[in-house]
Design a binder for this molecule. Structure first.
Ligand SMILES: C[S@@+](CC[C@H](N)C(=O)[O-])C[C@H]1O[C@@H](n2cnc3c(N)ncnc32)[C@H](O)[C@@H]1O
Length: 287
């Protein structure tokens, strides 16, 4: 496919034509760098019959090149003005398989977009940074109907999501996301690729929900509490964290040994499997 026609001038003209002032409260930073747009679209490796969903299409910088690659696509846009101008620009009538949902992505029931015939969802979005983590958690609750997700977020958040155990950025977000999905850092995107430029550098990453989780927490809510409580005190040893916490039981040497974990270890050295072992063991003990 030819390079995207979405250069800085096109976006700037589109914004003017739509008399659209980027709205801070909706996290509106529009992509205008054609080569970045092409790299993002290529990284998704779409097939014609994919069930593609874009969150926050904005002025359509990603939407148009994405739509060129698939037979059907649904977009979810909160800003009604942008959704209306997208309908006109893309010509929803001439694209019977292009659907615009004017709604908050946090309120969408993604299960309704799935069917055996359409297949699992492939979700894409240059996400509004102000609500990025809640949107990710909302989508994780639909992991069984999602094939994969490609998102752009602040580089710092992407580094945390994709961090390896033991690294400086490994934390709660890494463990929870990696419990549910394979995570891949794909590309770094400079501030200048957007209009207006955001304050920080961005990055694109892929989340692929596990079909069969390699590690199973018997109680996922309790697992999330263990992860949160331990990383709230990431400088302390696990022995001290469990002793001090009002939500977790005090663990004996035998308890730690049963989980195969050194009580002197600190949270960032624990793998997802270690956290699952700890929570599966601790949930049976009295606090
Ligand atoms: C960072 S902009 C990206 C726009 C476009 N995809 C691009 O790359 O140029 C985020 C987009 O998400 C929309 N948005 C913000 N909050 C939203 C929400 N809760 N649900 C759906 N869309 C939202 C904004 O209006 C905006 O169009």
């Amino acid at each position: 496919m030819a390079n995207s026609t979405f250069d800085a001038q096109t976006i700037s003209n589109s914004l003017k034509a739509a008399k659209h002032q980027p709205r801070k409260r909706f996290g509106q930073n529009f992509l205008h760098d054609g080569s970045v747009i092409r790299q993002i679209v290529d990284s998704i490796r779409l097939k014609r019959d994919d069930n593609l969903i874009e969150i926050g299409p904005g002025m359509g910088a990603l939407t148009e090149p994405l739509l060129a690659e698939v037979e059907a696509m649904t977009v979810v846009e909160l800003d009604r003005d942008l959704a209306d101008s997208l309908r006109i620009r893309i010509g929803a009538n001439s694209h019977p398989n292009f659907t615009i949902i004017k709604d908050n992505a946090m309120h969408v029931d993604y299960r309704e977009l799935y069917s055996e015939e359409r297949g699992k969802l492939r979700v894409v979005g240059n996400l509004p940074y102000n609500i990025s983590t809640p949107i990710l958690f909302h989508l994780l609750s639909y992991a069984d109907v999602i094939q994969d997700m490609h998102f752009m977020l602040q580089k710092e958040v992407v580094e945390r999501i994709t961090a390896d155990v033991g690294s400086k950025t490994y934390g709660r977000l890494s463990v929870i996301m990696q419990y549910h999905c394979d995570t891949d850092y794909l590309l770094t995107v400079p501030r200048g690729a957007f209009n207006p430029p955001p304050k920080v550098t961005s990055a694109v990453f892929r989340l692929t929900p596990h079909i069969n989780k390699p590690v199973v927490a018997e109680d996922e809510d309790y697992f999330a509490i263990v992860v949160r409580e331990t990383f709230n005190h990431r400088r302390k040893t696990l022995r001290a964290i469990f002793k001090k916490s009002t939500l977790l039981p005090t663990l004996s040497e035998d308890d730690f040994a049963a989980c195969g974990i050194d009580p002197q270890a600190r949270p960032e050295t624990l793998s997802v499997k270690d956290f699952a072992n700890l929570s599966n063991h601790a949930r049976h003990l009295d606090v």
